[in-house]
Write a protein that binds this ligand. Sequence first.
Ligand SMILES: NC(=O)C1=CN([C@@H]2O[C@H](COP(=O)(O)OP(=O)(O)OC[C@H]3O[C@@H](n4cnc5c(N)ncnc54)[C@H](OP(=O)(O)O)[C@@H]3O)[C@@H](O)[C@H]2O)C=CC1
Ligand SMILES: O=C(O)C1=N[C@H](C(=O)O)C[C@H](O)C1
Length: 267
Amino acid sequence: MIRIAVVGAAGRMGRTLIQAITESNECQLTVATDRADSSLVGADVGELAGLGKMHIKLSASLDSCKDQFDVVIDFTRPEHTLNNVALCQQWNKSIVIGTTGFSDEQKQQLQDAAQSTAIVFAPNMSVGVNLCFKLLELAATVMGDDADIEVIEAHHRHKVDAPSGTALRMGEVVADALGRDLKTCAVYGREGITGERDRQTIGFETIRAGDIVGDHTVLFATEGERVEITHKASSRMTFAQGAVRAAKWLAKKDAGLYDMQDVLGLR
Ligand SMILES: NC(=O)C1=CN([C@@H]2O[C@H](COP(=O)(O)OP(=O)(O)OC[C@H]3O[C@@H](n4cnc5c(N)ncnc54)[C@H](OP(=O)(O)O)[C@@H]3O)[C@@H](O)[C@H]2O)C=CC1
Ligand SMILES: O=C(O)C1=N[C@H](C(=O)O)C[C@H](O)C1
C-alpha cells in the first residue's frame, strides 16, 4: 500500500483527491493537511469529502506526520508547494504536483529540488489533455507556419491564475513543434487598435465564469479551413485519478522531474 498525504485537502481538488484515493486499491490516505489557521483543522477528512467518517483528522501541517506517508499530492498554490517540496527533500519523500501559476524562477526551484527528490509536476493530470498534447504536436507540424494559432481556455470563477497552466503548456508544445520561443511569440488577450495579426504569434484568450471545470481549445486557422483541438473536463475526478496514478508510478522512481507524459508512457 502506498501511503499518501494530501495537502490543501479542504480545497476543491483536495476533497476530490480524498475520494479518488479511497477508491484506489493500491493507495491509502494516511495524512491530510490544510492551512494552519483554517477552521476545518481537526475535522474528519472523510466527512469533509462527503464520504462519512474516515477517522483521519485534517492536520495543520506535514511536520507532525512525517513518518506516516510515502508520497505527497499537492494541488495548492506555488509558495505552499515549494515549502512542501523542501520538506520532501529533507525527509526523502516523493511529491506529485498539480499546482499551477509558478513563475520561471519557481519552476527552476522545482528543477533544482528534483536532483534529489522524485517529482511529478504536470499542469493537467487528465489522460485526455495529455493525449491532446501529442495531437497538438502533429497538428502544429502539419498546419505549420500557414496557420494562425490561438489557445482559448475557460475555467470557474474561483481560479486565481491565468492563462491556465494547461493553456500555457499547450502553447509551449505548439511553439516547440514550430521552432518558436513562446516567451517572445505569445500574445495575451487583445484590446484597442491591435493592428493586423502577425502569423508568428500564438494568442491566448481566457474566460472565467461560473462553475466551468476546465475547457481548452487550440485553434489552427488558415484562409479556407480551421482545425480545432478541444478538451472539456466535466469532473475534477479525472484530474484526481490522474494524480493517484502518478503517485503509484512515482513511488517506484528515483529522483527526477517527471510529468504525466512520463506516467502515461507518452514520451
Ligand atoms: N494539474 C491538474 O490536473 C490540476 C491543477 N489544478 C491546480 O491546483 C491548484 C488548486 O486548485 P483548487 O483545488 O481548485 O484550489 P482551492 O483553492 O480550492 O484549493 C487549494 C487548497 O490549498 C490551500 N492552501 C493554499 N495555500 C496554502 C498555504 N499556504 N498553506 C496551506 N494551505 C494552503 C487552500 O486553503 P485556502 O482556501 O484557505 O486558501 C485550499 O484549501 C490550482 O493551482 C489549480 O490550477 C486544479 C485542477 C487540476
Ligand atoms: O484551476 C483549475 O480548476 C484547473 N487548473 C489547471 C490549469 O491551470 O491548467 C487544470 C485544469 O484545467 C483545472
